[in-house]
Design a protein. Sequence first.
Length: 276
Amino acid sequence: MPEPGPDINKASAFAFASKLAEAAAEITLPLFRQPLDVSSKMQDGFDPVTKADKDTEQKLRDMIEAQYPDHAILGEEFGFKPGTGYQWTIDPIDGTRAYISGMPSWGTLIALSKITEDGHLTSLMGLADQPYLNERYFGWVSDNTSEASLNSEGKDKKIMATRSCQAIDDAVLATTDSNLFMNTPTESIWLDISSQTRLNRYGGDWYNYMLLADGHLDVVIEQGLQAYDIQALIPIISAAGGQVSDWQGNTPIEGGEVLACGDANLHAQIIKLLNA
């Protein structure tokens, strides 16, 4: 039976997650904007995966198992490893489509959640790293303290906060791909909400959520997310003062339909529209 890992607090979680991010960048950055062999996880459709995705996740899993052998791990490429106490959730390259297209809106997502006595997860820490832009976002939410910050090498740490936007017709909305709503039961909902906002932006993947946490966007609406797509982003948005939930207003920690808003009043308005 492995010995329990070291105690975890905000400082130690950020320090270790930063080591993971740096290890990931050593693999992802040299391959970015280089010729890559790309395969698809889907027989019908295109869900790209590269050697960088797989090698990065394996490296991070090895580091987590060495430091915290009793913790659970969930990753996009290699699935779930059971554990106790805490769960690390990693997406080695969120935005692989952007990565293989040379667009710097991809990133490495690392989440740490507490496993409750009934086996559910409670968000604790999230780190989202874009090494090409030298942007590392960190979020921590606990009973005693919270923090959302942008950390860039050579620059002072920036504490992030969402902005006020109480009316939907003043809102800037983002989603990765509006076509994902088309020809689905949610098409009419999407068209209704997106027709009411001031401005709509497309693309972005995880980066949209960080722009929301830093006060540049007001709404992100998506569906079909996996747990590893959203878990690292939840504590960053929450600590910045934002609201992030599923379309019914519950925790989105397992993925699915996600709504994030910088303003609580706007979040409540859009929840009503999503369930009208």
